[in-house]
Design a protein around this ligand. Structure first.
Ligand code: NAG
Ligand code: NAG
Ligand code: NAG
Ligand code: NAG
Length: 548
């Protein structure tokens, strides 16, 4: 009989080759390819610090999922009966044997766990800093320094699959900061010149279009909306003031973000400016948080750091807008499953999570449609994009709006009727393979083209489903404010509510997305894979929400 403690300590001295039979790969399917633009520079020095995040297996996952559906499904007696942070932690906190096994494994390798690691409150994540030789040996990898040519950003990653001793495997979902590269910190994105034919979007045009009228938040003292930002994207206070000077005179709004979590440095970036400027214009006068990860964590996986921070936070916003995604087929199912558990936990706590659907249309390669994750997660609300043309004066699907079907997650019940209607009635479906029984996205949409933002004090139009997401999220914050102020609970996970109140949205029926030969998905009557159920109508959604 071998024990893992002996194996790992021996591995430190002998090299791990002799023990390959007793270690196992986790995260099968995780891409270890170096993304375009990054090149390996050198091996990380033996003594240099490496930070690893251990996602510890959680308990009661079936109960978590049951609770998630109960609190999110209108008409049931548990609808919107959210759990507190402590209640969730008690439910999911890992088995003591998992905590002990991991602690012993790391201690035996020479790590001072008490001083070099932090647990989250429920102990479902362990974040450690250790010398590189120790990380290499624990995972049987070689960490290297990578540099991004264009941005000069650096990170440390391993390019062959890590393995774990068999006796540890059952206690860990995955180890973070090993394979997945951070997103590249582009300062300004999707900026373009207006061609004069399009209708430029401003806060007042969107408030009018989405029937917001003069509605503002601020009646509830606990209502919070937030935008999540990753590496290198910071918002500018002076950009925000200039934006409101130009576009904010017709409605009451806050002058600045109320709370910044994580770093916010100079210079600002287009994505962060867009998100803050538009969530604060639709969710006008709502308490607004800027939830950033990056900077100090630049070598970490920023999305993982965000998940960990949210799981560990006592107070979370009731709605969060996130413009982030990867190709589903580049991620391991272990990682996506755990990410979904984190989404469910936040849903059970009452948070609405909105993700941009992506800007690559149907995203077809060699006649296969490639979906994005978390857009393809059944446990979040995915927002696609529309556009308005001056000569039409109406809204139609936009080319870049991503949508499609997950190849990993099956279709949740809330959307099966809507999706099968689309597949059986749509006049056009892409000539490529996709999974009809998978989770279909997006769920909803909003305008995504020609948003006037102020970036580095220059007003300029930008495009993308990351315009649509904070727009929709701000409207949810207005509804939550009204609900909370009248003694009701906020909306929480939105999809069962939205699919059962489709008539509260404006159905978008014209035009197709691109991204697959000539045509991707086409908008149609009812749900479709470009604009979902349609775009928001604040008054209608408010009425439906208040009636519950
Ligand atoms: C979780 O939060 C507590 C304090 O609120 C902190 O001490 C701890 O370090 C955090 N854990 C992690 C992994 O960040
Ligand atoms: C643990 O938390 C402390 C205090 O927040 C921080 O200074 C330290 O860097 C953290 N260590 C790790 C390994 O995350
Ligand atoms: C804006 O919100 C604050 C609460 O943060 C509230 O006191 C104020 O009355 C609101 N403004 C208006 C015009 O309702
Ligand atoms: C299609 O999706 C289902 C889950 O809905 C999955 O079990 C199946 O493997 C997928 N098929 C392909 C070809 O990806």
């Amino acid at each position: 009989m071998f024990s893992w403690v002996l194996l790992v300590s021996a591995a430190l001295f002998q090299g791990s080759q002799a023990f390959t039979g007793l270690r196992m790969r986790v995260e099968a399917g995780q891409s270890i390819a170096v993304p375009e633009g990054w090149t390996a520079e050198k091996k990380v020095q033996e003594t240099e610090g490496i930070s690893l995040v251990f996602a510890v297996k959680q308990r009661n996952l079936q109960q978590l999922e049951d609770l998630f559906w109960k609190v999110s499904t209108p008409g049931t007696k548990h609808y919107r009966q959210f759990l507190s942070h402590n209640e969730i932690n008690d439910l999911i906190s890992p088995e003591q044997t998992s905590i002990d096994t991991i602690t012993t494994w790391l201690s035996e390798a020479g790590l001072d766990v008490e001083n070099k690691c932090n647990w989250t409150k429920a102990k479902e994540f362990l974040s450690c800093v250790m010398p590189c030789y120790m990380a290499n040996s624990l995972l049987d990898v070689t960490f290297s320094v990578f540099r991004h040519g264009e941005t000069k950003q650096t990170t440390v990653r391993a390019t062959h699959h890590y393995t774990l001793p068999v006796s540890v495997i059952g206690h860990i979902d995955f180890v973070g900061n090993v394979h997945r590269f951070p997103p590249v910190a582009k300062r300004t994105q999707r900026v373009k010149k207006s061609n004069g034919l399009v209708e430029l979007q401003t806060p007042s045009s969107l408030r009018e279009r989405y029937n917001v009228g003069s509605a503002i938040a601020g009646k509830s003292s606990i209502n919070i909306q937030a935008v999540a930002q990753f590496t290198g994207q910071y918002y500018g206070k002076t950009d925000l003031s200039e934006f409101f000077k130009l576009f904010g005179s017709s409605f009451v709004h806050r002058a600045d973000v109320d709370k910044v979590i994580g770093p916010n440095k100079f210079p600002s970036g287009g994505e962060a400016n867009l998100d803050v400027q538009y969530i604060m214009s639709l969710g006008a006068n709502a308490t607004t948080w800027f939830w950033s990860t990056g900077g100090a964590h630049e070598k970490q996986e920023p999305f993982l750091q965000w998940m960990l921070d949210i799981a560990n936070a006592t107070v979370i916003p009731q709605v969060m807008s996130v413009s982030y995604g990867d190709q589903e087929n580049s991620l391991s199912v272990d990682y996506m499953d755990r990410t979904n558990q984190e989404f469910m936990k936040q849903g059970v706590r009452g948070m609405s999570l909105l993700f941009a659907s992506g800007d690559a249309g149907a995203n077809c390669r060699n006649h296969v449609l490639l979906p994005f994750f978390p857009a393809s997660s059944p446990y979040v609300t995915t927002v696609g994009g529309t556009e308005g043309l001056l000569d039409i004066g109406t809204e139609r699907a936009t080319l870049l709006s991503s949508g499609g079907f997950s190849n990993v997650y099956s279709q949740p019940q809330y959307q099966t009727a809507a999706v099968s209607h689309y597949l059986s009635t749509s006049k056009f479906l892409p000539a490529a393979s996709y999974n009809r029984t998978g989770r279909a996205f997006p769920d909803v949409a909003a305008m995504a083209m020609d948003f006037m933002i102020v970036d580095e004090l220059i007003p300029q139009p930008v495009d993308g489903t990351s315009c649509a997401t904070p727009t929709f999220a701000g409207i949810i914050a207005l509804i939550n404010d009204a609900l909370l102020a009248s003694g009701k609970k906020q909306l929480g996970f939105l999809n069962p509510f939205l699919y059962s109140h489709a008539s509260a949205l404006l159905d978008i029926t014209e035009q197709c997305s691109g991204g697959c030969l000539n045509k991707g998905w086409c908008a149609a009557v009812g749900w479709d894979a470009v604009t979902g159920l349609g775009t928001p109508n604040y008054e209608n959604l408010l009425k439906a929400a208040m009636a519950q």
